[in-house]
Design a protein around this ligand. Structure first.
Ligand SMILES: [Zn+2]
Length: 333
């Protein structure tokens, strides 16, 4: 009735995806001291200050002292006279996030990606390039989860004509044109803002994944009330919970238990959920590349399971060597 770490490593059984959704809190947890050069990630509340947007916003007569950035963008979007200011704003934001560089040592994002398999998916609301940079340095060695960018990303470009996306600056595989950078600013208070352009494909893919997911992990995402499409997405993720055999949700967030309850109570119609204040306490970090198998063992077969925590202090060569034992089993299947 007990599953050892070795047994978990040697087991490949789950075909359904583990869906991970990242918000601003995930990048902040992963890059507490900023990027490689100490450039910091802005918060929604100090966004205009950190990016030096105050002059631009006062031209539009927007009181940036009292409202957060998402609300500022909605105000700009409602007024066609602010079109040029919107474009300038997008340019400043794009430039700021584009220059961010991931630190050399393994980060939470490296650990997250290495701990999931090709059947899984990580969908992020974040603009920063860190997830993509972590992906690129691990992808040659391991099969990694698919990435989705729900609000665009500075590292991702798109060919509108062929509906092909890829690394910003690269060329479309179909027509050979250089990708257009993905848009970053969306009027999130408008219903269905997610149904056009690059992000429509990302949201469509995510909803397909959610239909068959065995587990959902929400990391550092606050589900802002202002983002109507995101709220609908979260509701649909749990909407037909009664038709599913069983599902599990975990929330990784540093906010208090009360805060988390208030945020998630409207969505989660299941008792099968847990909260963690650190990524390293999560199901993912304790059952790397076997989250589904650990789930089967514990929730379907009612067995006791041991944790197989990621060695988070390892530098890259040792970290990859540690993950190799898991990869070897996967390659035999
Ligand atoms: Zn093309």
């Amino acid at each position: 009735m007990e599953v050892s770490v070795e047994q978990e490593i040697n087991q490949i059984q789950m075909g359904k995806p583990h869906v991970v959704i990242l918000g601003a809190g995930a990048s902040r947890a992963a890059f507490q001291n900023g990027d490689k050069n100490g450039v910091r990630l802005p918060l929604m509340d100090d966004f205009a200050d950190v990016l030096g947007l105050n002059d631009l916003l006062s031209q539009a007569g927007i009181d940036f002292e009292t409202v957060n950035f998402e609300k500022i963008y909605d105000q700009l979007h409602q007024n066609e006279a602010h079109r040029e200011i919107r474009k300038e704003l997008e340019k400043v934001i794009h430039n700021y996030f584009s220059r961010l560089e991931i630190i050399d040592e393994p980060t939470i994002y490296d650990h997250l990606l290495l701990s999931l398999r090709g059947k899984d998916v990580v969908a992020t609301f974040n603009w920063d390039p860190f997830l993509l940079q972590a992906y690129r340095r691990n992808a040659q060695k391991f099969k990694l989860p698919q990435l989705l960018f729900l609000h665009g990303n500075v590292g991702v470009g798109y060919c509108e004509k062929d509906k092909v996306s890829g690394i910003n600056g690269n060329r479309c595989s179909k027509c050979g044109c250089v990708f257009t950078p993905s848009k970053l600013l969306y009027p999130v208070a408008e219903k269905n803002y997610h149904l056009s352009g690059f992000i429509s494909s990302q949201w469509e893919d995510l909803s397909q994944y959610l239909k068959s997911a065995f587990m959902i992990t929400i990391f550092g995402y606050g589900a802002p009330q202002s983002d109507v499409s995101a709220i609908d997405l979260m509701k649909s993720a749990w909407g037909n919970v009664n038709q599913r055999e069983m599902e599990q949700a975990e929330i990784i967030d540093r906010r208090s238990e009360d805060d988390l309850c208030n945020t998630w109570e409207p969505f989660i119609h299941t008792h099968h959920y847990e909260t963690h204040s650190s990524f390293y306490d999560s199901w993912i970090a304790n059952h790397p590349r076997r989250t589904g198998e650990a789930y089967i063992n514990q929730y379907w077969n009612a067995q006791f399971i041991d944790n197989n925590p990621i060695p988070k202090e390892f530098a890259f060569p040792e970290l990859w060597a540690w993950f190799d034992q898991l990869k070897q089993v996967e390659e035999q299947h």
